[in-house]
Structure formats: C-alpha cells, structure tokens
Design a protein around this ligand. Structure first.
Ligand SMILES: O=C(O)c1ccccc1N[C@@H]1O[C@H](COP(=O)(O)O)[C@@H](O)[C@H]1O
Length: 218
C-alpha cells in the first residue's frame, strides 16, 4: 500500500460518477461494452463520457470476446487509451488485437486455484498488462463485475514480467489487505464502489482510493 497506488474504477455509466471518480483520485476509468452487463454503454453514451473525462484519466474500453468490427466501431467513436479484454480471448487473439489496433491491451485472467496460474505467463507474453481477477462461476451471467474475490495468497511473491492490476471483489474495506498480501500497485474495482449495479457511490469511491493509498478517508 502506498500513496502511489493507482486505481481503476470500472463500469462508469453516468457523468456525475465519472466526475466523482476523477475527484476521488482514480487514474483509470473503465467503460463496459457488453450488453449483458448492467454497466453496458452505448457508443454514444461512452463517447459523451470519454469526452468529458479530465486529461490524465486513462479511458479503458472493456470488451468480452469482441470481434474486429466491434472494436473498430468503439475506437472510431470513443477516445480510448487502453483495451481491456475480459472474455475467453486466446493468447493469439490478444496478440492480434494488439497489432491491429495499436493501443495497450490489458488481458483479464481469472484465478480460482493454483491450476489457473500458468495462464498468467501465457498472457504476459502477448499483453501489455494483466488484470488478475477472480474466475467466475461456470454459470455466472457475467465474466466479471460479480464482486467475487480469489485467494490473494496464490499470487503473493510472484515475479511479474508485465505490469499487472488486481481485481475481483475489492472494496474499501478489503483493498488495503489485498494490496498488503499481493504487492499490487494497480487495483481495479467495479461493484465494490456501487450503490446499485451500474450506479457508483461517491463516498465509496473516495473510501476505496484512500484505503488503496493507505490514507484515512477525509
Ligand atoms: O463490470 C462488469 O459489468 C463486467 C462485465 C463483464 C466483464 C467484466 C466486468 N467487470 C470487471 O470485473 C472485474 C471485477 O469486478 P468487481 O470489482 O468484482 O465488481 C473488474 O475488472 C471489472 O472491470
């Protein structure tokens, strides 16, 4: 935990939430392009939000098994700084997206047990950054954004090849412990700072960023 820990707040759907996220000190804003999600955005809504984002707030497009046409459409309309791949994309597909779209690519890797750990190295070979998330249940409606954590001790002390971000069930109450156990310098939160699915809670966003940085909330 350090004052330099950087926070991504994902699943922003409203201008006031984006504003509060930036004022709370978030470094990344995540926009979800996945129709099954309560945080899904139309291209028009995402464009409006992205254009309203303050300079310095990195805008991340979260997609799930998106084809080139969908990525073309997003990137043609929305000013995006990073692509987050949160589906069952293969290492080859990650490499293809990186080469074709020329933006940094962050690949989400779901972890439930030690058997999932080899995937981290496979994706470190092709992605710019790894998002280490809890592996969703097989019958989960969403591949992420479920407020589900994994056993953080599984990645404690790992030698990372690429920058990585910790996600999955993080909240203002547990993020400091998650950082202490894993050494994460980047953390991502969605449902843990919500008042209801898709609607962020300003006080929880402040509390999360402050806790991630080891500071007392004002
Ligand atoms: O947030 C969503 O709706 C979502 C939909 C599809 C894939 C991923 C999604 N969210 C990402 O999941 C992780 C963990 O979220 P949570 O903090 O446990 O709610 C995070 O990276 C979100 O960006």
């Amino acid at each position: 935990m350090s004052a330099h820990t950087r926070v991504k707040i994902c699943g922003l759907t409203r201008a006031q939430d984006l504003d509060h996220a930036a004022k709370a000190g978030a470094s990344y804003a995540g926009f979800v392009f996945f129709p099954k999600s309560p945080r899904n955005l139309t291209l028009e809504a995402a464009r409006d939000l992205a254009l309203a984002a303050p300079v310095g707030l990195a805008k991340v497009a979260l997609v799930v098994n998106a084809d080139d046409a969908m990525l073309d459409a997003i990137l043609a309309q929305v000013p995006i700084d990073m692509i987050q791949l949160h589906g069952s994309e293969t290492p080859a597909r990650v490499a293809e997206i990186h080469a074709r779209f020329g933006l940094p690519v962050m690949k989400a890797v779901g972890i439930a047990t030690a058997d999932d750990l080899p995937k981290l190295a496979q994706f470190e070979a092709v992605a710019d950054q790894i998002l280490v998330d809890a592996k969703p249940a097989q019958d989960a409606a969403l591949p992420g954004g479920n407020g589900l954590s994994f056993d953080w001790r599984l990645i404690a002390g790992r030698d990372w090849v690429k920058p990585w971000m910790l996600a999955g069930g993080l909240t203002p109450d547990n993020v400091a412990e998650a950082i202490r156990l894993t050494g994460a310098q980047l953390v991502d939160v969605s449902s843990g700072v919500e008042a209801a699915p898709g609607l962020k809670d300003p006080a929880r966003m402040v509390g999360f960023v402050q806790a991630a940085r080891g500071l007392a909330a004002a």
